[in-house]
Design a protein. Structure first.
Length: 231
């Protein structure tokens, strides 16, 4: 069963995101987001397809019919590109519908099915459980809300999300060895075999650890911040 806290915070995060998307003027959709090569429409399209994919996978869990989240990496990318080209009003409507469908899908999963494994794509070694969907979607909503570059930034993340994000990033096998020290919550996380201590607010650490920004607000005990790959 998913952590009920994740379901609640996902709802709150989604409400904030919906307000931002609803407030986008038509010209703003085609303007650049903070993600290289993506407009705001691309970010909303991704969030829409992510919700639909998770909802479809959960429906498969309920029906005992294994359903991957996406048909393939290529199909995922092509679908984002295609949907981003839709009229903003149509994309907004589909985004809102997707968030609703996912919320209903989370409620519909029986208690004995939360441990069911879901594939990201057919045959992929990237899998997750139905019980992990709420936390996954929470990360998508909060991070990409900031990626929109539409007024909501990492500084607006709830403190519990910033901590959750850094904790999740500590499992990334591709990151260099370091110790992340969150000055606002006085907590440390060790990455790999450890290394220089990188200090700053949890939100700034989380943003940097996902490969975003240049480490603004952070300091390193070695005098130089390690390079982060995209996530």
């Amino acid at each position: 069963m998913p952590d009920e806290t994740h379901v609640d915070v996902l709802h709150d995060a989604t409400v904030r995101l919906v307000r931002t998307v609803d407030g986008l003027a038509t010209p703003a959709w085609s303007e650049p987001s903070l993600l290289p090569g993506w407009t705001r429409a691309h970010v909303v399209a991704h969030l829409t397809l992510n919700a639909e994919g998770l909802a479809g996978a959960l429906a498969g869990v309920v029906a005992d019919r294994p359903t991957p989240m996406y048909a393939s990496p290529q199909a995922r990318d092509a679908d984002i590109e295609e949907l981003a080209g839709h009229d903003p009003s149509d994309l907004r409507d589909r985004f809102l519908a997707g968030t609703t469908v996912l919320a209903h899908a989370l409620v519909a999963v029986p208690d004995d099915r939360w441990g069911t494994t879901i594939e990201r794509t057919p045959g992929s070694d990237r899998t997750f459980t139905a019980g992990g969907v709420a936390a996954m979607r929470w990360r998508e909503v909060e991070i990409h809300h900031a990626d929109l570059g539409a007024g909501y930034t990492r500084a607006d993340w709830p403190p519990e999300f910033a901590v959750h994000l850094v904790e999740g990033m500590s499992a990334r096998p591709d990151l260099p060895g370091l110790v992340a020290h969150a000055t606002d919550v006085d907590r440390d996380w060790t990455f790999g075999d450890g290394g220089p201590v990188v200090s700053g607010r949890a939100a700034d650490l989380g943003w940097w650890l996902t490969g975003r920004g240049d480490g603004d607000g952070l300091t390193s005990g070695s005098g130089e911040l390690p390079r982060m790959g995209a996530w």
